[in-house]
Design a protein around this ligand. Structure first.
Ligand SMILES: [Zn+2]
Length: 139
């Protein structure tokens, strides 16, 4: 997923009392001038941003899984209704089971769509530490 801009303004105030209004650091509520450069602030902001990002991604995946499951279940019920010649509103769990035994369709409940975890749920590296590379370093 592409990085989304953390479009929030700094909540701190200048010495003359007016609000700062500069862009806050990603995940945080203050700009670099108002404490956003401090390591503990950066860590907390990174944690907040990561949590928000993962939560958003997971909710999107869960919503997709719900849609897939509803479509999958609707197809099962429609198949059974067609095979038995009954309205879809009268299909019972037993009818699905019976058609599964008698005709080999619809698919069993174990084959229902599942949430597939992927790399989007992995934590990104914390801020502040640049990757040290030994490549090109010659003694
Ligand atoms: Zn500020």
């Amino acid at each position: 997923m592409a990085k989304r801009r953390w479009a929030k303004h700094c909540t701190a105030h200048r010495t003359d009392g007016t609000p700062c209004g500069a862009w806050s650091i990603t995940g945080g509520s203050v700009c670099r001038s108002h404490g956003g450069a401090a390591p503990q602030t950066r860590r907390a902001a990174h944690l907040a941003y990561t949590e928000a990002r993962i939560r958003r991604e997971f909710e999107a995946v869960a919503a997709r899984r719900r849609r897939e499951w509803i479509n999958w279940q609707a197809k099962r019920v429609a198949t059974v209704a067609l095979l038995l010649g009954i309205p879809v509103t009268e299909v019972r769990e037993f009818d699905i089971w019976w058609c599964r035994v008698e005709y080999g369709v619809p698919a069993p409940a174990e084959e229902a769509p599942e949430i597939r975890p992927d790399r989007r749920f992995k934590l990104p590296p914390p801020p502040g530490r640049k990757k040290t590379t030994t490549k090109g370093a010659t003694a």
